[in-house]
Design a protein around this ligand. Structure first.
Ligand code: AKG
Length: 419
């Protein structure tokens, strides 16, 4: 048995043993899990010896050994004081470099946010005009498990839906991003975070490469771009968010400590080695999470706990910050700033945020990947990268004219480089 997990950041959501204990598994599922667990334990000593002899032992502690914290160098030079527009001020840029996120700013009015929210649910109700990006196998699997939600069907919809594209290509977002990333900024993915009543929220995570269900990075930024600027996210509230309704949470300054991301990359790079390296209690948790949970909450929480056992000082010094926002407001943050979100366990209403992922235009997307894997509750399937394109949101000449943010089959929407 592991000692019960305690950490200052595990203050709102339950630790993973409570999540696993709360799963409603039937006798057949429990028997299957135990059989798998005992089979792995039986072969584990031989597998570990074999890997050790070939220099292929999985060593999470080595992957998360502490290294010097890197200050964040900001390549973007546009500032509100000199360039006007919606660029960030010098103080705001300094605040971003220190914390990893901006303060909330208005992208659209609260009334516009309400209208957009209605449009999004109308689009979802009508099947997004027949245009979704995950392909029929994934859609079928998600429908079977009741998970064909706005979160999944809504992935990449800026490519098909002008209302989402306009929100995320708005100069209010694009100018601010240019203050950080430099002149040429592209939007490479949009998605929704919907929190239904009872939603548990998102557990602490950081990512430099959005490998997600793949073993490969989603993108390769140019070498000059700092790791923490490989992806910037604009998270835009379409409802009022408070700690009770699922607002974002950040660990200020945590982008300078990349150990949680390093752990994730080590695990993605050698999942078998990771599984065989676990203690008995962790192994049972890992198998249960892999086979009987959906979404990212439980895997992220599990990896957080395992990483903290390998690096006991990880993220213990800085208290987390809740980021309440009004409908229509957005924040920009680096996905290397450790972040999560509260759940929606006290209200009867669904809360929705629209989220854009951005990078520098010379970042290469999906290198060598014609398909991306996607984990559903009914197995892992793939969807093609061919329809995915980046959308320019800021260019050296200034803002991208509205007309240019057009559907992906028009030539001016550049294909992501390197596909
Ligand atoms: O809204 C959430 O629950 C989490 C959002 C998040 O993790 C992200 O946008 O990267």
């Amino acid at each position: 048995m592991n000692a019960p997990f305690t950490h200052p950041l595990v203050d709102v959501q339950p630790p993973i043993d409570a999540v696993v204990a709360g799963l409603d598994l039937d006798r057949r599922q429990r028997a299957r899990l135990r059989a798998l667990y005992h089979a792995i334990r039986a072969v584990r000593p031989a597998v570990l010896r074999w890997r050790e002899a070939r220099g292929r032992a999985f060593d999470l502690a080595a992957a998360v050994r502490e290294r010097p914290r890197q200050p964040l160098e900001i390549p973007g030079t546009r500032r509100r004081e000199t360039d006007g527009g919606h660029y960030l001020s010098r103080d705001e840029v300094a605040g971003f470099a220190r914390n990893g996120f901006t303060a909330p700013f208005e992208v659209i009015t609260a009334a516009e946010a309400r209208d957009l929210r209605e449009q999004v649910y109308a689009l979802h109700g009508s099947g997004w005009g027949g245009r979704t990006f995950l392909g029929p196998d994934i859609q079928r699997a998600l429908e079977q498990t009741g998970a064909w939600s706005v979160n999944n069907a809504g992935l990449y919809q800026a490519l098909a839906q002008p209302c989402i594209r306009e929100l995320h290509a708005s100069p209010r977002v694009g100018d601010r991003l240019a203050s950080l990333l430099g002149e040429e900024v592209v939007l490479w993915r949009t998605q929704f975070f919907e929190k239904k009543p009872g939603a548990v929220g998102s557990f602490w995570h950081q990512t430099s490469d959005f490998s997600e269900d793949s073993t490969q990075a989603a993108f390769e930024p140019p070498p000059a771009l700092p790791l923490a600027l490989g992806n910037l996210t604009a998270w835009i509230a379409l409802d009022d968010y408070t700690p009770e309704t699922g607002c974002l949470r950040f660990v200020p300054g945590s982008a300078a400590d990349d150990r949680l991301d390093a752990a994730m990359r080590a695990i993605q790079g050698d999942r078998t080695g990771f599984l065989f390296s676990l203690s008995d209690a962790e192994l049972l948790q890992a198998l249960t999470i892999r086979d009987y949970t959906t979404g990212l909450f439980a895997p992220l929480q599990f990896i957080f706990e395992v990483t903290c056992r390998a690096a006991p000082d990880l993220l213990r010094d800085t208290p987390p910050l809740d980021m309440p926002m009004r409908a229509g407001q957005g924040v920009i943050f680096t996905s290397m700033c450790v972040h999560g979100a509260n759940g929606n366990q006290k209200t009867e209403r669904t809360y929705l945020a629209s989220v854009g992922r951005y990078t520098a235009a010379d970042t290469k997307m999906y290198v060598g990947q014609t398909e991306l894997p996607f984990r559903t509750g009914a197995g892992v399937f793939s969807f093609p990268t061919a329809p995915l394109a980046t959308i320019p949101v800021h260019a050296a000449q200034g803002q991208i004219p509205r007309a240019q943010a057009t559907p992906p089959d028009r030539p001016q929407l550049r294909r992501a480089a390197g596909v």
